[in-house]
Design a protein around this ligand. Structure first.
Ligand SMILES: Nc1ncnc2c1ncn2[C@@H]1O[C@H](COP(=O)(O)OP(=O)(O)OP(=O)(O)O)[C@@H](O)[C@H]1O
Ligand SMILES: [Mg+2]
Length: 316
């Protein structure tokens, strides 16, 4: 494959064993596929953890080379409305599946974008065609799917990938792309990706266009995020009563990485648990972060808000 390929597609899993870190879910889906039977599915979970990849892999395994002809992918969030979706499903489900599997698969991405009324309509469609078409609904929040649909589906909750799984993916890419990186850089990649593999692969690809030798600095530069260590320094200063130094250091970090108040507040919140404080104080501070973030979103001056937050870290 040429250099122009996008890594998230280049490294999209093509078999069950390439879907990393979701072993439980993968094994259950694999069992369904082996029996050539599939219930209606509801995949929920955060971005970039393998939801789309897994259903496409299942289709590959079920239908072999003709998999593309036996699936329909549609995005529930675009404006065409449920009627169009239903018509498409109807047209799609009318012709029989190719091969020895008696049903086709209709993948409905971003299903949480459907209104309740649309979901009611979909519920009828699911029933009507269930013998010849299985639905796979994908959503970030399963709570946004109405109960009658949830009860018709087998629900799979995907989680962000843990460190070990992220490292496994990093190692594979390092090998394939002939990159060089050390353990500190691995830490940084895990930190900035937060278990989202799409983000991980995009960051790695951006870094690699600058250098095959990827280091920690480059990773934080690419995602314009501060190093956890830098944020911790700010917070330690504040906790130890050095308000002025904490404030200066914070401004420094923000300017250096081009961060907004909202960017930095998320990082601050993430570092609170690592501070040497009573748990109760930590909870208060996490709460305060939430309040400050809300004020910023509402348009309050970010520096005023950040300073007031830092002042809170100084309270005994
Ligand atoms: N568990 C995983 N194992 C290996 N690669 C993964 C995994 N999850 C994601 N990826 C990589 O990230 C890319 C995006 O993943 P995918 O489209 O499956 O995410 P998703 O869970 O459907 O996210 P979204 O909710 O944003 O649609 C894949 O093409 C693949 O390269
Ligand atoms: Mg997806």
């Amino acid at each position: 494959m040429g250099d122009s390929s996008i890594w998230i597609e280049k490294f999209r899993p093509k078999s069950f064993k390439e879907v990393i870190g979701q072993d439980n879910i993968v094994n259950r889906i694999k069992a369904f596929v082996e029996q050539k039977n599939l219930p209606h599915l509801l995949f929920s979970g955060p971005a970039g953890v393998g939801k789309t990849s897994l259903i496409l892999t299942a289709a590959r395994e079920l239908y072999g080379d003709s998999w593309r002809n036996n699936i329909m992918e549609t995005n529930a969030s675009d404006s065409r409305g449920i009627d169009t979706v239903r018509k498409e499903v109807k047209d799609f489900a009318r012709t029989r599946a190719i091969g020895d599997v008696p049903f086709k698969i209709c993948i409905l991405d971003e299903a949480d974008a459907l209104t309740r009324e649309a979901q009611q309509a979909l519920r009828r469609t699911m029933e009507q065609y269930s013998s010849i078409c299985r639905f796979c609904l994908i959503t970030n929040w399963s709570s946004k799917i109405i109960d009658p649909i949830q009860s018709r589906c087998t629900i799979f909750r995907f989680k962000p990938l843990d460190k070990e799984s992220v490292n496994q993916i990093v190692d594979n890419i390092v090998k394939e792309e002939k990159l060089k990186l050390d353990d500190k850089t691995r830490e940084a990649l895990f930190y900035v990706s937060n278990g989202d593999v799409r983000r991980l692969e995009n960051v790695m690809q951006s870094c690699s266009t600058l250098s095959k030798n990827i280091n920690e600095e480059l990773v934080y530069e690419i995602v314009s995020s501060a190093k956890p260590k830098e944020i911790k320094e700010v917070l330690d200063l504040a906790v130890n009563g050095n308000f002025v130094s904490a404030k200066e250091k914070l401004l420094d970090v923000m300017l250096k990485h081009g961060l907004s108040g909202l960017d930095i507040i998320k990082q601050i919140q993430g570092e609170i648990w690592g501070l040497e404080l009573e748990d109760e104080r930590k909870i208060e501070l996490v709460d305060k972060c939430g309040e400050v973030e809300f004020r910023m979103i509402e348009g309050s001056d970010e520096f005023v808000q950040l300073e007031s937050l830092i002042a809170n870290f100084m309270k005994k």
